[in-house]
Write a protein that binds this ligand. Sequence first.
Ligand SMILES: CSC[C@@H](O)[C@@H](O)C(=O)COP(=O)(O)O
Ligand SMILES: [Zn+2]
Length: 204
Amino acid sequence: MTDNLQLEQLVAACHWIGAKGWAPATGGNMSVRQDADWCWLSESGKDKGSLTTADFLQVSIADNHAPSGRKPSAETGLHTLIYRLYPQANAVLHVHTVNATVLSRVEKSPALLLNGFEMQKSLSGQTTHLDTVPVAIFDNDQDIDALAARIADYAQTNSLRYGFLLRGHGLTCWGRDVAEARRHLEGLEFLFECEMQRRLLEKP
Ligand SMILES: CSC[C@@H](O)[C@@H](O)C(=O)COP(=O)(O)O
Ligand SMILES: [Zn+2]
């Protein structure tokens, strides 16, 4: 393990996610990049709110191989896709929040459009509430290779800047480091909560 591997910071993020109730019943998975070729992913099936550094497995970014022989997350293919697509992404967080799960079902179009919220500025590069921030929504799939291929296809012509929603499933987001991934997660979740409340209250 290299000194700059942010595994301790990732474990702290997992505990924070657990305390928020954003990874219920073994849902969610988390990872950090080691370098261009390797990342460290949470082991499949664990309670993500009480992980330790020993619960993370080294995984090849190119082919999802885990040399330890232990089973990394069922959604490993989505993490490694993000590391392949975006060299600047160094931490990926996947959560099952109620807002992400429900909003991604209520919104039938291929993207949730966020507009008019000051907290859009919690997302790197956003400078005003006046912009519209699209968050892509992909239909869920138990075939993670097929899902990853669909997302890769979309990313060829569209930029996925902070994260994406999986319909009826949850949110996957990332950042240049664990701190930025945490900020994107907290910012997006706040925005989803606001959007849920807005839709409920403004319903004719
Ligand atoms: C509660 S099961 C949900 C899983 O199928 C999956 O969506 C998930 O987020 C956790 O899977 P895991 O293999 O533990 O990383
Ligand atoms: Zn999941």
